[in-house]
Design a protein around this ligand. Structure first.
Ligand code: SF4
Length: 304
């Protein structure tokens, strides 16, 4: 997920993948092209050695190989403590405010072996422990590569590392109960409260996110919700109230983060040659952002 908190992933490229968002991932055949190794943003993780096509598919199917955009160490972002955030490549949504449009295409990521990524993450175990931090799998959309994600989650838990996924919930059907058992915290983006606004914002359906949120609530899984306030798009009073009502029925949500839209990713869209719909949109005022937070607080939800 690449909302306004995570416009940090470095630029890698884009292409013309398009996919509806029905909650079920149906890959464009091109998504399974063997990605070109780029190495950008991998900071010490070697791209996987070249594999023949059949071998590559087998490794992807088995979750031994994934397409990764980049990773970084962060503090007080993407979950508690100091964290290694791993940005997966590929996302089924097309959010108009996406701050990492360079993570949208799986085939544009760098192929990385599970063991190489885990070798890197293991190095920070002491920092994770001292700061009550861990690893956050973000993107893009981590649930677009469920086998790879499942193996990473399992490997982290075997190492005693706290795990978080940062997701829109659109591909919640890809998250098995076994995977959920290995996830300590879910950062769930609820981008709008009604289908019309959700579609304008993401070009996708809202229902899978609600279904995933309901499932997390039934399981009592820890969740932090994120909502991006975009003037003229998601800032209508009715929309904010509907999102707040949805979240209020999930008692497992520990906090909501209302994130004011900003323009820090505009250059990325330009460089990628992608049409950017929010060219002229100003960030919301601090007062409007605070007023939106109050809507959530009025429902008894801890909100930042
Ligand atoms: S398009 Fe994907 S990566 Fe970008 S903000 Fe939306 S969910 Fe996140």
């Amino acid at each position: 997920m690449s909302d306004v908190t995570s416009g940090r992933a470095s630029l890698a490229g884009s292409s013309g993948y398009s996919e509806g968002s029905t909650g079920e991932y149906r890959p464009d055949p091109l998504e399974y092209e063997v990605p070109r190794a780029q190495g950008a943003g991998l900071n010490g993780i070697a791209p996987a050695p070249h594999m023949e096509r059949a071998e590559h598919f087998q490794a992807v199917r088995e979750g031994r190989l994934g397409s990764v955009h980049s990773w970084e160490l962060v503090t007080a972002m993407d979950g508690p403590g100091t964290r290694a955030t791993v940005f997966f490549s590929g996302c089924p949504l097309r959010c108009v405010y996406c701050h990492n449009p360079d993570t949208l295409y799986m085939r544009k990521g760098t192929p990385v072996l599970l063991e190489d990524l885990m070798d890197r993450l293991r190095r920070y175990k002491t920092i994770f422990k001292v700061t009550d931090g861990g690893v956050t799998f973000s993107g893009g959309e981590p649930l677009m590569q469920p086998a790879f994600l499942a193996n990473l989650l399992r490997a982290c838990k075997e190492e005693g590392i706290h795990t978080t996924i940062d997701t829109s919930g659109n591909l919640g059907v890809n998250c098995s109960d076994e995977m959920l058992a290995d996830i300590d915290l879910v950062l769930l983006d609820v981008k709008a409260g009604d289908q019309q606004t959700y579609f304008k914002t993401t070009k996708a359906q809202l229902e899978p996110t609600i279904a995933f949120g309901d499932r997390l609530a039934q399981l009592g899984k820890r969740v932090w919700v994120r909502f991006v306030l975009v003037p003229g798009l998601t800032d209508k009073k009715e929309n904010i109230e509907t999102v707040a009502d949805i979240v209020a029925r999930w008692p497992n949500v520990e906090r909501v983060e209302v994130l004011p839209f900003h323009q820090m990713a505009r250059d990325k869209w330009d460089v990628l040659g992608m049409e950017y719909e929010l060219e002229d949109v100003e960030p919301p005022t601090p007062e409007k952002t605070e007023a939106a937070r109050e809507v959530f607080r009025s429902r008894g939800i801890e909100t930042h």
